[in-house]
Design a protein. Structure first.
Length: 327
């Protein structure tokens, strides 16, 4: 996927682009319907599936809402690429952009600079000054600009529209089943491996500390997960929260939970690598141990339980799974 940052980097060589605009926090089931329509439309016309997104939601920049993101920008870009998006323009929501009239954005940016031929509008989508560029506004001006407009209805799960707010609540409650149904995939975090204390390696269970770039995390605890490292999928244990054995009551300076991941039966260097961790089930809460030996014994028990859980997710050929992700 080609990536362009800022209005000054806009390409002029995209073949027959069709566009959708949004933050796409979570790239959840509703977003996926919009992006699916975008990709299908673009590829059916030998065009370019183009997404315009923002470094963070405009509502956060404007100070109208405070919330941790479900997906950081690097995570969102990865998910957009997996959806088949061909190119993405990333914009910082500056004061100039906030004041730009929707019609100016359509005329000068979408049509004038990017050569957009069509636009996909999701439910509640809007852009431009005071969010005036909603679907009604876009359709009023589309013909004059040579634009075709398509709209996608809201995705509904459990009789309510899918939303980032519902996903945050599900994750905060540790309800991965609900989160997965809203996301259209298992809940995951995405981070860059940074240097830690090295205590896990000293115990015989090397862990990687993940910098999540301010993504949400589930409640503190130890989880079974599937780690995605490049093209590889690796079973993993993930610890979320403080390190109670070695630093009781000590929280990270940022106030965010520490996230450490142990890749089962993995050897190799990880520092600087990006890792996605898909949460499958919670094994236990965080607890303090009297000595390193007790912690080592607990980790060994965690690994045994994780292996049993994962083996039940992969039944012999021809048999049905013996449990679901949240049973």
């Amino acid at each position: 996927m080609r990536r362009f940052e800022g209005l000054d980097s806009l390409p002029r060589d995209l073949p027959r682009p069709v566009v959708t605009i949004g933050t796409f926090d979570g790239v959840h089931l509703g977003h996926q319907r919009v992006l699916g329509e975008l990709v299908a439309w673009a590829h059916a016309t030998d065009g370019t599936a183009l997404a315009v997104t923002f470094t963070q939601p405009p509502r956060l920049t404007l100070g109208t809402e405070r919330a941790t993101l479900i997906t950081s920008l690097p995570h969102r870009l990865l998910l957009l690429e997996r959806m088949g998006v061909d190119a993405c323009v990333v914009l910082a929501f500056t004061d100039d952009l906030a004041r730009m009239p929707a019609l100016t954005f359509m005329q000068e940016v979408l049509v004038g600079r990017l050569g957009v031929r069509g636009i996909v509008m999701g439910p509640g989508a809007a852009f431009g000054r005071d969010r005036e560029g909603d679907e009604t506004f876009v359709r009023e001006h589309a013909d004059a600009l040579g634009l075709e407009v398509r709209s996608v209805p809201a995705a509904v799960v459990d009789d309510a529209p899918v939303s980032s707010t519902r996903i945050r609540a599900a994750v905060a409650g540790g309800d991965f089943d609900v989160a997965a149904r809203l996301l259209g995939r298992p809940f995951s975090v995405f981070g860059t491996v940074v240097h830690g204390s090295g205590r896990g390696r000293a115990l015989g269970f090397p862990t990687a500390n993940l910098d999540l770039h301010h993504e949400i995390t589930p409640p503190d605890g130890v989880y079974v997960a599937q780690a995605v490292l490049g093209e590889r999928e690796i079973p993993a244990l993930v610890s979320v929260g403080p390190r109670p054995t070695f630093a009781a009551g000590v929280e990270p300076e940022s106030g965010e939970s520490l996230v450490e991941i142990h890749l089962v039966d993995f050897t190799g260097a990880l520092y600087g690598c990006d890792v996605e961790a898909r949460f499958l089930t919670r094994l236990r809460g965080q607890r303090r141990f009297d000595d390193p030996g007790s912690l080592t014994a607990q980790i060994e028990q965690d690994l045994r339980e994780a292996r049993r859980f994962l083996s039940d997710l992969q039944p012999p050929e021809g048999e049905k799974p013996r449990k679901t992700l949240d049973s």
